[in-house]
Design a protein. Sequence first.
Length: 469
Amino acid sequence: MRAAFSIAMALLLSACQTWSPDSGMSVVADIAGRDLNKQVEALRTPEDAQAVRGKVVALLRRSLAADAAVQVALLNNRALQAAYNELGFAEAAVMQASLPPNPTFSVSRVATSIEVEIERRIVADILALATLPARSEVAADRFWQAQLRAAEETLRVAAETRRAFYRAVAARQLAGFFEQAKSAAETASELARRLGESGAMNKLDQAREQVFYADLTAQLATARQREASEREALIRAMGLWGANLDFKLPNALPAVPRRVQTLAGIEVDAVARRVDLQIARIELEVLAKSYGLTQASRFINILDGGYADKLEKRVDERNLMRGFDIRLQIPIFDFGEVRVRQAEATYMQAVNRLLALAVNARSEARDAYRVYRSTYEIAGHYQREVLPLRKIISDETLLRYNAMLIDVFSLLAEARQRIAATITTIEAKRDFWLATVDLKAAVAGGGRLGNRQERANPLAVSAGDAGAR
């Protein structure tokens, strides 16, 4: 009766299992809407691809913003679409696990001169039928894991696109500023040459002005190269090609906000919201269910049963014999202890990995918030304090030079120092916006954190050294 009840429940469960209408994209859409406030779509048909192309073209018509770049990437990045295709395989596995095993039908015929013997068998895997509900439940959890992995990939693509956007805009802003600084340095170099011809400037001072102009020329070439490379990185993140490459970027990074985010329970939020932690928790539940299944079937490896009959034909008579056939593997040498020990070790390994992942998530959240606060203070300090003071110094220096209270050397030295301060300000703003992306990734998930400090501008050092004379 118990076996019959299990088989009936298994057949009922397989009959109730149906394909999801959105191929599992509902979980991805919910997480993208909650954490990114963005729309995601799985491109299943040519009509879907055509509709997405229209949305992408509309987003690229205007000057691109960070949110628009992320939305383009979520709709147009083909690597992300490949991750969504994995949901189809996972759902197919769920359907496969919910189906009862196919029975095996065999026929044998043996004939002699006086008799014919025909044997027919229908054999089914009874153990597979009895464990069908448990295996279906495990497969459903695996499908949920696949949905969360697709959501994690969505968050990763969004974070990488936003980082690429801020790097591209910062590189564009630096290239534009280097262009202006080169023009000013060229004027100063020409002035130094004329002063040298008149005898008002010695060769040492002339060489200093000329080497500063040469440094700026080299830095401008490097900035233009980096601008092109960062733009290509953004193009790859958004999955663009062809006519869509001619989009416009802002000339400058956004200003640092007036107020900083205050996240008192950032560790709790990270542990509760991180997608990778949710995946690890489901893995632990799946292994626990599988471990219980291993315990139940540790002594039974193969159990097949079914209907069997045998028909004998002789010259003058015909006999039909009916019965059943059961095949059972007897555990004489292997009592299932190996499988149980392996299941226990696998489960404890998953427990320790989950705990380690939770510890790392807490640490990453704390570290990301500290970096966010420090970069906010640094960028705000340059924006509110250093640059205004540098402007005052430059204006006062120019007034004193026009009144012939100071010489041209002081004016040129101040110009170099102001250029260096402006470059550092742009880089500080870029680091702040990258830190905001890392902070969101540390709390919600989405891959590894980006490079924190990318400042590597030798001109900021050489210009300051050249001005301190």
